[in-house]
Design a protein around this ligand. Structure first.
Ligand SMILES: Cc1cc2nc3c(=O)[nH]c(=O)nc-3n(C[C@H](O)[C@H](O)[C@H](O)COP(=O)(O)OP(=O)(O)OC[C@H]3O[C@@H](n4cnc5c(N)ncnc54)[C@H](O)[C@@H]3O)c2cc1C
Length: 552
């Protein structure tokens, strides 16, 4: 496989040589650095690369060039290098034009010249852009191969696990790709062994559990020590933020995550309201950055293990990890968020993972190419999913129980959903049944006013109908409300809950009814259910852990 290309474009030969030299020094091992000195020359180079099937990862262009500006060239470059990242090199006077280009042509970043020292002003930005490109183009780095069946729930689980753990992989549908059948034969496997996972080193895995897969990939599935300062349960935004703050402040820290880091946010196609990212970012991008930060500060992350029990033993708290014994910690942060609520429709359970999905990941969206897709839900998560699916699907139908979206979805999403040509909103409707032989083939929609039912053909149904906390594992000592949300701080006092608080001092803001056990993010009663608030509470919980530890 040829190395991906980084193309630099600048009409000043000195500047052109300087940026190419800097980029070659840092990225030359993995990328081909190609220079052009005009927009026209850049487009000619891109045409040649496209014809040869050579991928372009990044175009870094000067803005002020005679004949064709950088932005004009980048706009035209989309047809040759559609997925490439765009970096514009500008003078201060051009920043307004650059900001406009973010919306108009999808510019990824602009950088003021000069960029010295490159270690501080150029490489961190290029690292980020290339990281994003690699993630969106896993085939160029993939060593893991998955052979399976398009409509198998196990194949779906394996692909989701790999994608959410940022493991690049190649997918071979055994029915559609000759290579899939060839690998199946080579492994001496049969259809009953699917999905097969071929890892670069080690045995071929036959229909592995996520735990077996995680172990084969060298992901950590057990904690290293018996006792930590802080144990965090759940690796969503709240848990990851708590881990970053705890580990960076010198506390020995472990996070236990039952699936993959990122939580619900990891499934968001576009988070547009998180501070500091004016263009928005995908949930997976945010999680990947957070995971890198967690590991940089030295917190341990145990994956593919659920926490199933909890008890306090004198000054320490023990959590029981499924299949891996218990681990003790001086303080605990519960950041287990919420899980999708199930849709109640006839025949739906048997087809879950076989055309019916809770939440949608980028890999599923691209598989809906040219199909009719149905989405159930009326909140922001459904709106984001609809927009993401509409990029690939022929038509997306949003099925909404109420007569309006405005009450439940942010206005910017409502505007985009209702104005997109290939999105239809069916108000006051619900999905009452699904059918299919091995995978979803049709669904029945009912009009809630007239009761009239209609069967429609579709292979795809995505469900976003809210979520609830799953906190049973906390046992009786940690007080929750009737829905399972964990009660914290002042909410523990007053009413009859006050009797559960055992100390003379008042509980700290995020502290639960068990001193030293904190709750952060969506799992907490009255939390805001947003990424920013989950991150804020995760960080704040560590400050409160310090205060708690000072009292014992
Ligand atoms: C599709 C979608 C789009 C969204 N878009 C936006 C948006 O644009 N902007 C915004 O602000 N918010 C958005 N949200 C909401 C936002 O993602 C959540 O508020 C946020 O993720 C909450 O973070 P959290 O860490 O509290 O919980 P979660 O994200 O729910 O993470 C909890 C984690 O704990 C793990 N876990 C649960 N139980 C256990 C256990 N027993 N043992 C081990 N691990 C366990 C789970 O696997 C999960 O990874 C969106 C949500 C969804 C579903």
């Amino acid at each position: 496989m040829s190395k991906p290309t980084i193309l630099t474009v600048d009409d000043d030969p000195m500047v052109s040589a300087a940026i190419s030299r800097d980029l070659r020094g840092r990225y030359g091992g993995d990328y081909r650095i190609v220079r052009a000195t005009s927009g026209a020359q850049a487009l000619a180079v891109l045409t040649k690369l496209a014809l040869r099937g050579h991928p372009v990862a990044l175009i870094a262009s000067d803005q002020r060039m005679p004949e064709m500006t950088g932005i004009e060239m980048l706009e035209r470059a989309r047809t040759h290098a559609s997925g490439a990242k765009y970096l514009l090199l500008t003078a201060y006077a051009d920043t307004d034009v650059a900001i406009k280009a973010i919306n108009d042509i999808g510019l990824d970043y602009y950088l003021l010249k000069p960029w010295d020292p490159p270690e501080e002003r150029l490489f961190p930005i290029v690292d980020d852009l290339l990281g994003d490109w690699q993630q969106a183009n896993p085939d160029h780095t993939s060593d893991v191969r998955v052979v399976g069946h398009r409509w198998s729930d196990r194949s779906h689980d394996i692909k989701t696990f790999l994608a959410r753990n940022y493991v690049p992989y190649s997918w071979y549908d055994v029915e559609r790709d000759a290579e899939g059948q060839r690998l199946l034969d080579l492994a001496g496997a049969t259809a009953a062994d699917l999905p097969l996972v071929l890892v670069p080193e080690g045995e071929t895995l036959r229909s592995p559990s996520t735990l077996e897969l995680a172990s084969a990939l060298g992901l950590r599935t057990r904690a290293e020590r018996p006792l930590y300062d802080v144990r965090i349960v759940g690796g969503g935004p709240a848990g990851l933020a708590a881990a970053v703050y705890a580990a960076s402040e010198g506390l020995s820290t472990v996070v236990v995550e039952r699936e993959a880091p990122g939580g619900q946010a990891g499934q968001s196609a576009a988070i547009e309201n998180y501070l500091g990212f004016p263009k928005g970012l995908t949930g997976s991008d945010l999680s990947q950055r957070a995971v890198a930060q967690v590991s940089r500060f030295g917190a341990e992350m145990v994956l593919a293990r659920a926490v199933v029990g909890f008890e306090t033993r004198g000054p320490v708290h023990a959590v029981l990890v499924d299949g891996a014994g218990d681990i003790e910690a001086r303080a605990v942060v519960v950041a287990t968020g919420v899980s999708y609520r199930r849709l109640d429709a006839e025949g739906l359970d048997e087809l879950t993972g076989r055309g019916v999905y809770y939440g949608a990941t980028a890999s599923e969206a691209s598989q809906c190419q040219d199909d009719d897709v149905y989405v159930v839900g009326a909140a922001n998560s459904a709106g984001q999913a609809v927009l993401s699916l509409a990029r690939f699907a022929k038509r997306v139908v949003l099925v909404v129980r109420t007569g309006t979206l405005e009450a439940t979805m942010s206005r910017y999403l409502v505007e985009r959903v209702t104005s997109a040509p290939n999105i239809e909103v069916r108000y006051r409707s619900e999905v009452v049944a699904c059918r299919g032989d091995g995978h979803l083939e049709a669904l029945t929609l009912a009009d809630r006013d007239s009761g009239v039912k209609e069967e429609v053909s579709s292979s795809w149904l995505f469900v976003f109908i809210g979520a609830s906390p799953r906190t049973e594992w906390l046992g009786a000592a940690v007080v929750r409300d009737h829905l399972g949300y964990v009660v914290t701080g002042q909410d523990l006092l007053g009413t009859d809950r006050g009797q559960h608080w055992p100390l003379a001092r008042a509980p700290f803001a995020l502290e639960t009814s068990v001193p030293g056990v904190f709750a952060a993010g969506d799992v907490r009663l009255d939390s805001m259910k947003r990424v920013a608030s989950a991150v804020g509470e995760g960080a704040m919980s560590v400050y409160l852990v310090h205060r708690y530890l000072a009292t014992v």
